[in-house]
Design a protein around this ligand. Structure first.
Ligand code: NAI
Ligand code: MG
Length: 362
């Protein structure tokens, strides 16, 4: 039966780079015998222009019905001055919320050909391949009480609370251990149990899940501040890192810069496994809609193409096809083709479609 995909290109460079993924999909259909049933729809500014809302309920329903969602990016300066409810970015927030996408997977992988683009010494990052699993719907961004209070003396205090329950920690820990089994079989759990009760519980629960369900995976624990330091000092010591919402936000941005370019990095966000064994999942590049270069045909399509490779790997268990795509990207970079964002001396500068075509051919 056909694989049901919901494709949401969004705004800015979204549609330009999604076109290149469609070529990859066409290739998989004609040369690998896969069959996709694709629905495309508008989100973000594109949806605001057509329907007056950043995302329609109908699109959320289509997302539930699909095997996976491939998302571009949303955001358009044209809609920067409207109220929050009418901002294009609400589309992605709402999708994450409505689909219960609690685990954000951000790989940081260094391609040898791009080693010079990294902000660190080549020796430190060569061969780097780590995966950060960040809890995304709980923690300090959502815990209660929260708000800004006015005190009797007229001054104010701002309040956020970090809350994590056993169930919230267990489910994200399982995602991390599962992933580790498909990689180098190591998980490092990151919190600050030295000063935080929620961190103490985090460590306890992860240790428990490990002992009961994943004793074959190697588990270590690290304090978040030390982890930030270790990630710059010797990032290759890590395989999978699992952490809460706040620390994951910081550490995943840090990790992305170990690799050098925003235009290269994919991500996945996964929800809870349902009775039929399927789980809602959304795949997108970590970069935004890049309005500064939109419409010029120069955006790097690789993050979007690698997001699709993650979709094949994690939602469809098509390991071979995912490997082929990642290898093709690597080979094309080795051959010297570069979009402007990853350009360096002596390389051949190309636009979005030439890069996409080269990857398909490879
Ligand atoms: P951005 O990631 O769109 O762009 C930052 C810089 O990186 C820009 O100079 C851009 O040209 C460059 N860049 C990004 N992706 C690239 C690619 N594939 N190839 C070549 N260069 C690339 O971040 P920015 O400028 O902060 O945000 C622009 C809009 O995107 C905003 O409206 C923001 O809210 C939205 N956004 C949406 C996200 C999403 O849909 N999940 C995530 C991040 C931002
Ligand atoms: Mg961030």
């Amino acid at each position: 039966t056909a694989i049901k995909l919901l494709v949401l290109p969004g705004d800015g460079i979204g549609p330009e780079i999604m076109r290149e993924v469609r070529h990859v999909i066409d290739w998989l259909e004609s040369r690998r015998g896969l069959s996709f049933d694709i629905t495309e729809d508008v989100v973000g500014g594109a949806s605001l222009a057509e329907y007056g809302v950043p995302i329609r309920d109908e699109v959320i329903e289509k997302a539930w019905a699909a095997d996976a969602v491939l998302f571009g990016s949303v955001g358009d300066p044209k809609w920067a001055h409207v109220g929050f409810e009418k901002r294009p970015e609400v589309a992605i927030l709402k999708l994450r919320q409505e689909l219960g996408l609690f685990a954000n997977l951000r790989p940081a992988k260094v391609f040898d050909a791009l080693i010079d683009a990294s902000t660190l010494k080549p020796d430190v990052v060569r061969g780097l391949d780590i995966m950060i699993v960040r809890e995304t719907v709980g923690g300090i961004y959502f815990g209660n009480p929260r708000g800004i209070e006015t005190l009797p003396d007229g001054s104010k205090r701002g309040i956020n609370t970090e809350v994590y329950t056993t169930a919230e920690i267990e489910r994200v820990a399982r995602v991390a251990f599962d992933l580790a089994r498909k990689r180098s079989n190591r998980v490092c759990s990151v919190e600050k149990c030295n000063v935080m009760e929620s961190g103490l519980l985090w460590k306890e629960v992860v240790t428990d899940v490990h002992a009961k369900e994943f004793p074959d995976v190697e588990l270590s624990h690290m304090l978040a501040d030390n982890c930030a330091m270790q990630m710059v000092r010797n990032p290759r010591q890590f395989d999978v890192i699992v952490t809460g919402n706040l620390f994951g936000d910081l550490l995943s941005d840090l990790a992305s810069m170990l690799t050098g370019s925003l235009g290269m990095l994919p991500s996945a966000t996964l929800g809870a496994v349902r009775e039929n064994g399927k789980f809602p999942a959304l795949y997108e590049p970590i970069h935004g809609s890049a309005p500064d270069i939109a419409g010029q045909g120069i955006a790097n399509p690789i993050a979007q193409i690698l997001s699709f490779a993650m979709l094949l790997r994690y939602s469809l268990n098509k390991q071979e096809e995912a490997n082929m795509i990642e290898q093709a990207v690597s080979n094309v970079l080795e051959s010297g083709l570069r979009t402007a964002d990853i350009m360096s001396e002596g390389m051949a500068r190309v636009g979005t479609s030439v890069m996409g075509e080269a990857i398909v051919r490879e």
